[in-house]
Write a protein that binds this ligand. Structure first.
Ligand SMILES: [Zn+2]
Length: 261
């Protein structure tokens, strides 16, 4: 986008944010790339080199569970050191101001929570990779526990309470979508008057359904993405700039935590 166009778009964005009563952001990998979280799906991304392990394989084989955990441990430096980016902080600012009731995300990196959203204000469609749960009894496990057991026993450990399989709290390929999260995402989307699609290609279901739902309910739609999406034509504004740069003007430093952010 040429600079004069970008300036015009940014002015339009400022105005839409001011006029909006309820803003609902929907975020994808693009908001986290400046935080060092790789976009698994992108060309050259991890998933083009390492085929993701589908859920049925995870259930069927100890070796698949071991491999799944080896890959997760290999990513731990990236996930544990990542800090919220400008996009996360801008959304957290608008949340503190009362403009954003909750954020819907495809990301599994926990960075919206770290930026200041309470866990129940982050609707995670693909789960969360920063902790694990037992697939049978839902007991929560921290990654350090899983890793200790793995290193001691040489294979992925089962639930200490019920013997079920312990898996990162993410939604794998072939695993059922989280129904409660889907319902909440739809409710927030239908109730907003400004929907911000940020850093998502809007291709993977169910991501593609949300901009449509928002528009159908009368909301304005703004799309931030590096590449064109199928919904650009119906958007009220398309911003094809760096996401952190585009959202940075909305960061408001709270007095109490200005030093830590
Ligand atoms: Zn269990």
């Amino acid at each position: 986008m040429h600079t004069p166009d970008l300036e015009k778009a940014m002015t339009g964005l400022q105005q839409m944010v001011q006029e909006a009563r309820t803003i609902v952001p929907f975020t994808g990998a693009g908001i986290s790339t400046e935080c060092g979280i790789p976009d698994f799906r992108s060309p050259g991304g991890l998933w083009t080199k390492n085929r993701p392990i589908p859920f049925d394989e995870f259930l069927a084989s100890q070796e698949a569970r071991n491999e799944s955990w080896r890959r997760r441990f290999a990513m731990e430096t990236e996930f544990s050191t990542a800090r919220p980016g400008r996009g996360h902080r801008a959304l957290a600012s608008l949340h503190r101001m009362g403009k954003i009731p909750a954020v819907i995300t495809q990301n599994i990196d926990n960075l919206h929570q770290v930026s200041g959203f309470a866990a129940d204000k982050v609707v995670e469609l693909h789960g969360n990779t920063t902790y694990a749960t037992c697939l049978d009894c839902a007991r929560r496990y921290e990654l350090a526990w899983v890793r200790e057991r793995y290193e001691a026993e040489g294979h992925a450990a089962d639930c200490a309470a019920c013997g079920g399989y312990v898996k990162t709290a993410t939604i794998s390929f072939g695993q059922a979508m989280p129904e409660a999260a889907m319902r909440r995402a739809e409710q927030y989307t239908a109730a907003c008057d400004l929907f911000l699609a940020i850093g998502s290609s809007l291709v993977v279901w169910p991501a593609a359904g949300f901009p449509l739902l928002a528009k159908r309910n009368g909301a304005r739609l703004v799309i931030f993405n590096r590449e064109p999406t199928d919904f650009d034509d119906m958007a009220d504004l398309v911003i094809r700039a760096d996401i952190g740069a585009a959202l940075e003007p909305f960061i408001v430093h709270a007095v109490s935590d200005a030093s830590s952010r």
